[in-house]
Design a protein around this ligand. Structure first.
Ligand code: C5P
Length: 221
C-alpha cells in the first residue's frame, strides 16, 4: 500500500497579520511549514509527499524541503483560492501507485505517527475515510450578528475534527472531481455517500490561526 501525503499550506493566514503567508511564519527557529514537513518525512507510514504552497512560494517550499533533506517530497504546486482548490491541485500530482491519500493542514504543525496510524487503520476495514477528532467539551451556542444567543446547541455526538484525514486515493479523487468545496476533505466524501469514521485526535493538533496559537504550538515543540 503506497501512502501519499498532501500537505496543504496555501492559506494566506490573514489573521496572523504578517507580511508572508502563514506557512512561512516563524515557529521557533524555522518556518511553520518545516515542522509538519519534517514529521511527515520521518513518518514510517508515509511514502511520498506533495506540498501545496501559496502561489509564488513553490520555490521557497522546495528549497525548504531540500534544506531539511526531505527525500519523500515529489512536488510543490501552487494552491488555489480555497482549501478545496488547493487539495485538488495536490491530487493532480499523485502518482499512479498512490493507493491511500493523507491530507494534512500545514497549519496543524504537530502531526504524529500515532495519529497517522490511527487514521490509516480503518481503511483496511472498508471505511471510505477516517479523520481524527475530539469530542466537543464546551457548551455550544448559536449567536446572531449582534452578539445575542439564539440557541444552545446540544453537544451530544458532536466532534471537532482535525487532520490528517485518510482516504483510498480513488475515493478522494472522485469526491473532488465535480468541483465541490468544503472546509475539510471528509465533507466531500460524505456528500457522495461515503462512510467516514472518526478516530481519536490529539489536542496538540491545534490549527494555527492567531499569533496566540503560534505561541502555544511553539511552547509545545
Ligand atoms: O484556512 P483554513 O482553516 O481552511 O486552512 C486549513 C489549511 O488549509 C491550512 O494549512 C491552509 O494553509 C490550507 N489552505 C490552502 N489553500 C487555501 C486555504 C487554506 O492550502 N486556499
Amino acid at each position: 500500500m503506497s501512502v501519499w501525503a498532501i500537505l496543504v499550506a496555501a492559506g494566506r493566514g490573514e489573521r496572523l497579520g504578517l507580511d508572508q503567508p502563514k506557512a512561512f511564519a516563524k515557529l521557533g527557529e524555522d518556518p511553520l511549514l518545516a515542522e509538519p514537513l519534517r514529521r511527515l518525512e520521518e513518518s514510517a507510514w508515509v511514502d511520498a509527499i506533495v506540498m501545496v504552497a501559496p502561489p509564488g512560494w513553490e520555490e521557497p517550499a522546495i528549497l525548504l524541503a531540500e534544506e531539511l533533506g526531505c527525500g519523500k517530497v515529489v512536488a510543490a504546486v501552487a494552491g488555489g483560492q480555497t482549501r478545496a482548490d488547493s487539495v485538488r491541485a495536490g491530487l493532480a500530482e499523485l502518482g499512479a501507485d498512490a493507493l491511500v491519500v493523507l491530507v494534512h493542514d500545514a497549519a496543524r504543525p504537530l502531526v504524529t505517527d500515532e495519529v497517522v496510524g490511527r487514521v490509516l487503520a480503518p481503511l483496511s476495514e472498508g471505511w471510505d475515510g477516517a479523520v481524527p477528532g475530539l469530542p466537543v467539551a464546551d457548551t455550544l451556542k448559536r449567536v446572531d450578528g449582534k452578539g445575542a444567543i439564539v440557541e444552545t446547541v446540544a453537544r451530544d455526538g458532536l466532534w471537532a475534527v482535525q487532520t490528517p484525514q485518510a482516504f483510498p486515493a480513488d475515493v478522494l479523487r472522485r469526491a473532488y472531481a465535480d468541483g465541490g468545496s468544503a472546509t475539510d476533505c471528509a465533507a466531500l466524501v460524505e456528500a457522495r455517500g461515503g462512510r467516514v469514521t472518526v478516530v481519536e485526535g490529539d489536542p496538540h493538533l491545534l490549527k494555527v490561526t492567531t499569533r496566540a496559537d503560534l505561541e502555544r504550538v511553539a511552547s509545545w515543540l
